[in-house]
Ligand binder design. Structure first.
Ligand code: BDR
Ligand code: CA
Length: 324
């Protein structure tokens, strides 16, 4: 660390197949200087998330002094409308029983930083000479706690590029995307930060894809990062489409090549109450002149740079070439 000249970044992850792809890209990219990784419960519980993260960093050949810290194991509030939170708040059905495609990667002996995630984030940000890009790829509990505990860090955040939310419909429910649904209050806190934010949501998340042929070739590679990426992509392969999405790794690509993303500055609110809409990101695409009669106009929403389109071919190529 410190020898790299790329853009300083910190990833917050719930590894997770596509978080693993994001880590492989971030470690291998010459355009990024990965300063640390923080973990949060999400796709699976906190302990497996930490183990998965350390194992992926081993495969990626990340430096042993790259700090990795554990954070929140539960959202700020327990969901009010769900009978069995434990059964519905994680996503092993998408990521495998161990949260990492059940590949049986060897256990990691890489040390875990003793600091709680919030403390590590604070130290990394305040200790940095230049502002850092924060990349939350998971429920935003750690980042909300950071912003409420140490609001002074905002001056050291260049931008938050987050995977979360959607303009047009959800995945975990009809209305909500998983990372926001898992901790809507945290997302609302993060969206309100005094920092530029890019929302890399579902409208672009599934578009960046690697073909089955390419994934198969990667899985047979001698390069450990490429091999793991190929195996993970094959686990997520959609037989009908003949391709798999790189998911969270697309948000990392958006930090490396922001001009590959089409964004619009739009007001975004997080729905916190609706029984069937909790966790929905309500993106306001109306013209200003159409807002005159809006009863909420006295309560301005945070304005985020919402990703509406992506150069999917470019990001997929960037991913494959970088991890290979
Ligand atoms: C998000 O949810 C998780 O399952 C993925 O890792 C990604 O961050 C997509 O909704
Ligand atoms: Ca994730």
């Amino acid at each position: 660390m410190g020898l790299q000249s790329g853009r300083p970044v910190v990833l917050d992850v719930d590894t997770g197949v596509d978080d693993a792809l994001a880590l492989l890209l971030a470690v291998n990219s010459p355009d990024l200087d990965l300063r640390g990784v923080t973990c949060v419960a999400g796709n699976t519980g906190l302990e497996p998330v930490v183990q998965n993260t350390l194992r992926v960093l081993d495969v990626a050949g990340a430096p042993l002094d790259l700090p990795v810290a554990a954070g929140a194991r539960r959202p700020l509030l327990d969901p009010p409308h769900i009978a069995e939170p434990a059964a519905t708040q994680t996503a092993e059905h998408v990521h495998g029983a161990d949260g990492l495609a059940d590949l049986g990667l060897p256990e990691s002996t890489r040390p875990l930083d003793r600091r709680p995630a919030v403390q590590l984030l604070r130290d990394l940000l305040l200790g940095s000479d230049t502002p850092v890009t924060l990349v939350p790829l998971a429920p935003m509990t750690n980042i909300a706690l950071l912003l409420r505990t140490y609001p002074e860090v905002q001056e050291k955040i260049e931008r938050i590029v987050l995977m979360g939310g959607a303009v047009n419909g959800g995945n975990v429910t009809a209305a909500a995307e998983f990372n926001v649904f898992a901790d809507p209050e945290a997302a609302a806190v993060v969206f309100g930060a005094d920092v530029p934010i890019t929302m890399y949501g579902l409208d672009v998340f599934y578009s960046v894809r690697v073909s089955e042929t390419e994934a198969t070739a990667m899985a047979a590679s001698d390069v450990p990062s490429a091999r793991l990426a190929g195996q993970l992509l094959l686990f997520r392969m959609n037989g009908e489409l003949g391709s798999a999405e790189i998911g969270d790794a697309g948000a990392v690509a958006a930090v490396i090549a922001p001009d590959g993303l089409t964004t619009e500055a739009l007001p975004v609110r997080v729905e916190l109450e609706g029984r069937y809409t909790r966790g929905c990101t309500v993106v306001d695409r109306r013209a200003e002149s159409d807002k005159d009669w809006d009863p909420h106009r006295g309560f301005p929403a945070p304005v985020l740079d919402v990703a509406l389109g992506v150069d999917a071919i470019r990001y997929a190529k960037l991913f494959v070439e970088t991890v290979s």
